[in-house]
Design a protein. Structure first.
Length: 252
């Protein structure tokens, strides 16, 4: 256990509203099984092992199946329309508006996140008194994820998605993993500033870094180098690969 970790007040919000059309199944994506368990259960387990006892799950497609499978031990909120990750987190405002601590944002289709990484993320966020802390990964074989662009002083400035990145930015090895920790009193006002002027007309959490940088808010980062942490399940092939990875050493 990380020193002084017990004093940190955290709610985990797990985004799990997507259908996962590339899975070619009517089953909600996060309920597809890896080693006999719904993939979202690995994310929940990492939270619970990190002593996060309040978990809010944002559901949408197949919400009844998800709540039936996972049970009543969690808070569920509905994202009726899937309008992006920022929009998904907006749905949790009503149930968390009076929560005074920190909000950990995770994805239900990222089963390889670990309790140690979550605790390190929260610890760094708290130690730095950050308004928002972003988990990043530095990988030699860079996946098609958003690149972390830093200023001349090395401070995080913005996230540029792969499809919008210039050849120069694509050379950056540091990518956004999609795991965040935010101060609850800061995040919901910031979400209202997100725009949807993009090809998908969606609201993206990745845009928060630039907004925070422009407002000179305190942005933290913590970096991992394990490629498994960033692995997300989006296709049938990904699911098969996750099954192999989960069957390897270090997983039970």
């Amino acid at each position: 256990m990380i020193e002084n970790y017990d004093n940190i007040d955290v709610v985990a919000v797990i985004l799990a509203a997507g259908k996962g059309t590339r899975m070619r199944s009517d089953l909600p994506k996060v309920l597809h099984r890896i080693s006999g368990r719904p993939m979202i259960s690995y994310v929940i387990n990492a939270c619970e092992r990190a002593d996060i006892d309040r978990i809010c799950i944002v559901v949408g497609y197949g919400s009844e199946k998800i709540t039936y499978e996972l049970g009543s031990g969690y808070t569920y909120v509905i994202q009726e329309e899937q309008l992006g990750t920022g929009h998904a987190l907006m749905q949790a405002e009503d149930v968390l508006k009076d929560f005074p601590g920190n909000i950990l944002v995770l994805y239900g289709d990222g089963p390889f996140i670990t309790c140690d990484v979550l605790m390190s993320l929260i610890k760094e966020h708290t130690r730095e008194s950050a308004d928002g802390t972003f988990l990043t990964a530095v990988l030699e074989n860079t996946p098609p994820f958003g690149r972390i662009v830093r200023d001349e002083e090395g401070l995080p400035e913005r996230i540029v998605e792969e499809k919008d990145a210039s050849p120069e930015i694509k050379k950056i090895k540091e990518v956004n993993t999609g795991h965040y920790c935010f101060r609850s009193d800061k995040i919901f006002p910031l979400l209202k500033e997100l725009g949807n002027d993009n090809s998908q007309s969606e609201y993206y959490l990745t845009d928060l870094m630039e907004i925070m940088s422009e407002r000179q808010m305190r942005i933290g980062t913590i970096t991992v180098s394990d490629p498994k942490i960033v692995f997300g399940v989006n296709t049938e092939n990904d699911l098969a690969e996750a099954e192999k990875m989960m069957s390897g050493p270090g997983y039970d």
